[in-house]
Design a protein around this ligand. Sequence first.
Ligand code: HEM
Length: 404
Amino acid sequence: MNQVPNFDPADPKFLADPLATYAELRSHRPVQHLPISGGLWLLTRYQDIQPLVTRQDGRMQPEGVDRSRIFGDQQAAAGRIYRNLMVLNDPPRHLRLRSLAQQALTPRAVENLRGRVEQVVDEALDSVADRGEMDAVDDLAFVVPYRVICGMLGIPPDQREALLANTPDFFRIFIPEANDQAGIDACNQACAFFIEYLSKKIEQRQDEPGDDILGGLIRAEAEGKAYERDEIVATALSILAGGFDTTMDMIGAGIYLFANQPEEFEKLRGDPEAAARSAVEEIIRWESPVGVNYRIFPEDLEVGGQRIPAGEPVWMALLSANHDEARFAEPDRLSIARPDNQHLAFGGSRHFCIGQHLARLEGEIVFRRLAERFTGFELVGPTPRRQNFQFRSFESLPVRFETA
Ligand code: HEM
């Protein structure tokens, strides 16, 4: 049992092949206590994670501890964002922050964006079609969600390089204890960039807020539904970063998987319109762009024969649950018509992904159009990923393709 070493989220071997490490943990130590940041638990099996992901009483903040202090004094940029991000808040504040953005992301609001998303996808594909090759991250996976989310927020897509440079350091905010001092400094710098950038946009729009998401947030502040400026900056940032990064990962992963399993792309090409939705669901399961969920439970838990004391942080490895052979047949294979695909990639309970309808719509249109316009993909160079156990997006995906 104990031959499997303690999980280390920074281990290069794990980062190079997380599926192999998780498979070993599922079979030998599915519930593991880790001496990281004062002690926490790592769960890797679907049967253990699913009931906890959907439990309503999981909290993000321990009672009586101000985790934002890790980033410095009250004015530290990352602390200001940390305290106001909806995903890091508990009730009742979480619900109020979530409701500031929810209207813009309902299934109906998202369906109204279909034409706009089709246009963005077509423009991106038009610009590469004649070249016969592209970097599928730079030219497609990043561009599509970035343009869509900038349009929804009403901000110009003029910060491509800064966004790509600052987002990974911003994401350090989700598990503050996992950072050393250099990580804390980088996170503060990234947050300072976003605070300055978004505050400027909000200032410029005070007199005429407009109908987009940022306009809605500015009105919410004026009407007293948002209590302070940092709340609307943090909410805009949740939508901006949440809106492009995970979706970028999904699109990149899809191309990577179709290059490796061309027979699945052939199936999609057989009937792109009918098959695109379940293909996207399967790509999301396989890739699980948010690799791990974090919660603290108010009661002792009994998981896999082990007692997890109340108040001890639990990491739920969504990527591992979504590759659990006890739940999914041949889990490491992409199978675009997979039946009963109840994956956990969008989380559950009160923080259930607010952007899931948008992510699904973008995925459906991208993969349908790819199947209509291209005959297949060949990887023609290295495909490095971000060295981050929670958000492990591809950084580059050079591919060659032929048009239909
Ligand atoms: C394939 C794409 C996506 C995946 C896999 C994904 C995954 C997730 C997961 C697992 C959570 C729950 C986190 C938790 O319980 O702690 C979450 C929450 C969230 N997601 Fe997504 N997401 C995706 C796309 C998006 C998009 C497109 C947006 C923005 C438009 C977005 C914005 C958010 C926000 C703001 C939250 C926090 C919700 C809350 O705390 O109530 N996500 N996402």
